[in-house]
Design a binder for this molecule. Structure first.
Ligand SMILES: [Zn+2]
Length: 123
């Protein structure tokens, strides 16, 4: 099993809103956001936080948004369990076809999380 070791590579900057790793940049002011949408959501979030007197580390998320996130995490967790079970069942030398179907199953569960964008609640 491999894990992403973020400490070994140079300190990579991340989007201040969605936390995606930003492309490395040699010139100019360092980017803070991966997209204009993230810049905007961050701004809206800060405005809402100020209105509600929240600290920098607090954020309000709608119950609906949190439910959807938890649902997607649950689907991914189930897919990981399935993949582990299928890999164990496939034995020492799983076929390309078996591996392909396991990866496809995992990807299907992971895609919604890859594409998820959390947004501060509307006023
Ligand atoms: Zn972003």
């Amino acid at each position: 099993m491999t894990e992403v070791d973020e400490s070994s590579s140079e300190e990579r900057s991340r989007c201040k809103w969605c936390r995606r790793v930003l492309p490395s940049q040699k010139m100019g002011r360092p980017r803070e956001f991966c997209s204009q949408a993230c810049r905007q959501w961050h701004w809206v979030g800060k405005q809402r936080a100020a209105e509600l007197q929240l600290s920098e580390s607090e954020l309000i998320i709608t119950k609906d948004e949190l439910d959807r996130l938890h649902d997607e995490l649950y689907v991914l967790a189930c897919a990981v369990n399935d993949a582990e079970r299928d890999l164990a069942a496939a034995g020492a030398k799983p076929s390309v076809r078996e591996l392909h179907s396991i990866v496809e199953w995992l990807l299907e569960a992971a895609r919604p999380l890859r594409d998820r964008e959390l947004q501060p609640p509307a006023r």
